[in-house]
Design a protein around this ligand. Structure first.
Ligand code: AMP
Length: 216
């Protein structure tokens, strides 16, 4: 099963993709995570992407399409994947259609996580992740069971994203509205779009997504 999770920054795409990955063995393909890894490694892609990401703007389509094209061709994606953060523009969506058609793969569902925009900045500025296993936490909504210790791997090191601040969030939201939101009619016209309530609790959103996938 191949899925896209669609929604603005802070909608919970990464959290839900991680749950689906653990439960169903689908591979989470987070373009944001891939780019942050490229920045950390100092690769050519990372050098090109860093300044753009820090400003909250979108990395050029050609780079993103190349990244995803290579990634979905890897053997671990054969059993299904969850796109988290891609596509973000119509050009990326069209390129995805083409690469799926070329490789004989199908897009089963696009899940829109509907959220109240006012809540997003609060979600974004409070979030952090385990530096070792990448599990996501939030100062207010999801603290580790033991303060300062990752629930999943026991690490005591956590990181925050540089672009998770109120100022950059404005640019990221504007990019979402102008370039990503138009993908909703694009996918709804093809009958693959389903909506879930992204404002519900993490478990409830997961339950709703599982309901959507049960009908797939
Ligand atoms: P995310 O972790 O999905 O919020 O992505 C972090 C940043 O990486 C975004 O603000 C963009 O600068 C960049 N990025 C991630 N995915 C894409 C994409 N599909 N197209 C363009 N830029 C992207």
């Amino acid at each position: 099963m191949n899925l896209i999770l669609l929604g603005p920054p802070g909608a919970g795409k990464g959290t839900q993709a991680q749950l689906l990955q653990r439960e169903r063995g689908l591979v989470q393909l987070s373009t944001g995570d891939m780019l942050r890894a490229a920045v950390a490694s100092g690769s050519e892609l990372g050098k090109k992407a860093k300044g753009i990401m820090d400003k909250g703007e979108l990395v050029p389509d050609a780079l993103m399409v190349g990244l995803i094209r290579d990634r979905i061709a890897q053997p671990d994606c054969a059993g299904g994947f969850i796109l988290d953060g891609f596509p973000r523009t119509e050009a990326q969506a069209k390129a995805l259609d083409q690469m799926l058609a070329e490789t004989g793969k199908k897009l089963d569902r696009v899940i829109e996580m509907e959220v109240d925009e006012k809540a997003l900045t609060e979600r974004i500025v409070g979030r952090y992740t385990c530096a070792v296993c990448g599990t996501g936490y939030h100062e207010k909504f999801k603290r580790p069971k033991v303060e300062g210790v990752c629930d999943v791997c026991g690490s005591k090191e956590f990181v925050r994203r540089k672009d998770d601040n109120a100022e950059t969030m404005k640019t990221r939201m504007a990019a979402y509205r102008a370039q990503t939101e138009p993908l909703l009619p694009y996918y709804s016209g093809r009958g693959v779009l389903r909506k879930v309530d992204g404002m519900a609790s993490m478990d409830e959103v997961h339950r709703q997504i599982s309901g959507v996938l049960a009908g797939t």
